[in-house]
Design a protein around this ligand. Sequence first.
Ligand code: ARG
Length: 468
Amino acid sequence: MALWSGRFTQDVSEFTQRFGASLPVDKQLYAQDIAGSKAHAAMLAQVGVISQEDARIIRQGLDDVQGAIEAGEFAFDINDEDIHMSVEKRLTEQVGQPGARLHTGRSRNDQVVTDTRLFAKERARALMEANLQLREALVAQAEANRDVIMPGYTHMQHAQPVLFGHHLLAYVAMLERDFGRLQAAYDAADASPLGAAALAGTTYPLDRFMTARELGFSRVIGNSLDAVSDRDFLLDLLYACSVSCMHLSRLCEELVLWSTSEFAFIELSDAFSTGSSIMPQKKNPDFAELIRGKCGRVVGDLVALLVTMKSLPLAYNKDLQEDKEGAIDAAKTLEDGYQCAAGMIATMTVKADNMLAQAQKGYLAATDVADYLAKRGMPFRQAHAAVGHLVHLCEERGCDLCDLSLADFKAESDLFEADIVGALDLRAIVEARTTYGGTCPSEVARQLAEAKGKIASDSETARPGTRA
Ligand code: ARG
């Protein structure tokens, strides 16, 4: 019979026991559950609800339970329903009466959400760390390839030349925002619900601020009904994970494209590629594809919890038990995705010559030729049309703008002079884009320096006090 079975005369069936149990999922939260119980016991003793001796025995007993779990010696029993019952039952079996006093002034409703908030905080921090490692890998490649010119695209068509470092730093910018979202999710989780009890608070003189302090929460939730029924902090974490996975899927899509024979901009290392069981020549970017694909599951986890929460009346409802599985999955998937992407980026070979060769195709200088005319007085719209004609001429001849003669240019406009050749040079085109955030080397150098500075300051946030 369950620990709550006093008023029951019949057990649930084996099937419903299994259907209702959350143990297969929440046993992963054993450390948080035990930490919460230790804090609760210490506080109960502090305010005189249990004796200091009972608190000491409980603490020792909980340490033993944790030791048994970590040694793989704890036989989880599905009949215990969840991690809270498992730990409490084992504790009481071991230490007797003091263990049976632990649940005074507490409900599983405030207990479970305490565990979940501690877990969310720990996961958010781990994700912030993993996010930094991917940013470090991207910044290192951006720096190593800061001079490499590639075609920049709009509509997947060659548009204007850009520096490869500039392109990679765009992903660093996305990941910086993701870090901010993870930090916001950490802050959202950082409030203690413990002491809200089932829903209304308790008749015991609990010190909620003491347990919050003991557990490292920065604040206490001010409304007991809200404390047990709120899962916004998990939605925040799931949203942060979803957006970041979406960013990883964009990066990985480019890695897949860039590794094709058509692009051949990069080669992924063998360590991040797989072969085919039938085609001996194949080298497949499986891991980039997998990261791209896993984004679907993570967004699904977010949507699943949003829909579970929709229309849920106050306060605790068993529906809330569905909250943890998706959050655990999303956080793990993103953490693995960060790690895998960092490895792929750090070990890929950049084929600079191929990037440059592609940048020479597709009239990437066209905007600059139009700017050349506009800077000499022609209204830009007219200049745009004139260069359009020149591109058309190139298409007819099957050549590039740089193959046209000065006479060809002059036939379109008298404003063209011999220095037009300079306007067609890809490096000059890149170097001329000096606007703040543009692709010229000095702007890319600024972005690189700022990305490194942000990694240093975000490291301090992810691991407070560990870096000078
Ligand atoms: N296993 C439950 C969950 O994950 C714990 C809380 C159960 N509370 C209750 N009153 N049945 O949400």
